[in-house]
Design a binder for this molecule. Structure first.
Ligand code: IMP
Ligand code: MG
Length: 211
C-alpha cells in the first residue's frame, strides 16, 4: 500500500493552469540555486530558444522520417524539451557516450556505453548534444554513424564553446555560444552533480561546496 504522503496527485480532467500559477511553479523550481553556481542562462531564456530551434526543425523536417538521437547523459533534458516542442511524428533513440572523467577537462577519449535499440538506415538523424566543446565527441559519432546508412545526419547542440575546439564540426541547430567556462545544469554535470538544475550556470570549482 502507498502511504498518503507518497501518493501522486490525481488528474481527472484536462485543465490548463492559469498563467499566474505557471510562473509560480517555475519560480519555486528555480529557487534551487546552489551558492557555487552562478546563473549564466535562465530557465526562461533556454525555453524560448528551445522553442525557436524546434520550430525550425519542424519546418525543415516536415514529411521526413526523423530520429532524434540523444547523446547521453548530458543532453537528456534538452532532448526532452526539444522533442516535446517539435510538432512532427519523430522517433527518439539514445546513445550512451562518455568523454569526460570526473574532471572539467576533456580526456579526448570517447567511449560508447549504450547503443541504439533499432536500426536507423534510411532515417534522417538529428544528433542532439548538450555542448560541443573540443568537438572530439561529435566528430567521432558522425564517423561511427556513417556505417549505419542513415539518409542524413545533422546536429542540434544546446551550447558551443568555440574557444576550445580541436575538431571543427558543423552545428546545424545551435542554442547558444558561450565563453570558455565550465557550465552545469539543464542536464550538464560536474562529477555527476547539478544535472537537475533548471538553468545553466557557471561552476566555481574552487568553492568549498563544489567538492
Ligand atoms: P567534447 O568532446 O570536448 O566536444 O565534449 C563533449 C562532452 O563533454 C559534452 O557532451 C559534455 O558531456 C562534456 N562537456 C564539455 N564541456 C562541458 C561543460 O562545460 N560542462 C559540462 N560538461 C561538459
Ligand atoms: Mg558530462
Amino acid at each position: 500500500m502507498v502511504s498518503r504522503s507518497r501518493r501522486a496527485p490525481r488528474v481527472s480532467r484536462c485543465e490548463p493552469l492559469p498563467r499566474r500559477r505557471v510562473y509560480e511553479t517555475l519560480g519555486r523550481v528555480s529557487a534551487f540555486s546552489p551558492p557555487e553556481v552562478r546563473e549564466l542562462i535562465s530557465e526562461a531564456r533556454i525555453a524560448a530558444r528551445v522553442s525557436e530551434l524546434a520550430a525550425q526543425i519542424t519546418r525543415e523536417y516536415a514529411g521526413r522520417s526523423l530520429v532524434l538521437l540523444s547523446v547521453l547523459k548530458g543532453s537528456f533534458v534538452f532532448t526532452a524539451d526539444l522533442a516535446r516542442a517539435i510538432t512532427l511524428p519523430i522517433r527518439i533513440e539514445f546513445l550512451g557516450v562518455r568523454s569526460y572523467g570526473d574532471d572539467t577537462k576533456s580526456s579526448g577519449v570517447v567511449q560508447i556505453t549504450q547503443d541504439l535499440t533499432r536500426p536507423v538506415d534510411g532515417d534522417h538523424i538529428l544528433l542532439v548534444e548538450d555542448i560541443v566543446d573540443t568537438g572530439l565527441t561529435l566528430s567521432y559519432l558522425r564517423e561511427q554513424l556513417r556505417s549505419r546508412n542513415p539518409a542524413s545526419v545533422k546536429v542540434a547542440a544546446l551550447l558551443h564553446k568555440p574557444a576550445r575546439v580541436q575538431r571543427e564540426v558543423e552545428i546545424d541547430y545551435l542554442g547558444f555560444t558561450i565563453d570558455d567556462v565550465f557550465v552545469v545544469g539543464y542536464g550538464l554535470d560536474y562529477a555527476e552533480r547539478y544535472r537537475n538544475l533548471p538553468f545553466l550556470g557557471v561552476l566555481d570549482a574552487s568553492h568549498p561546496a563544489s567538492r
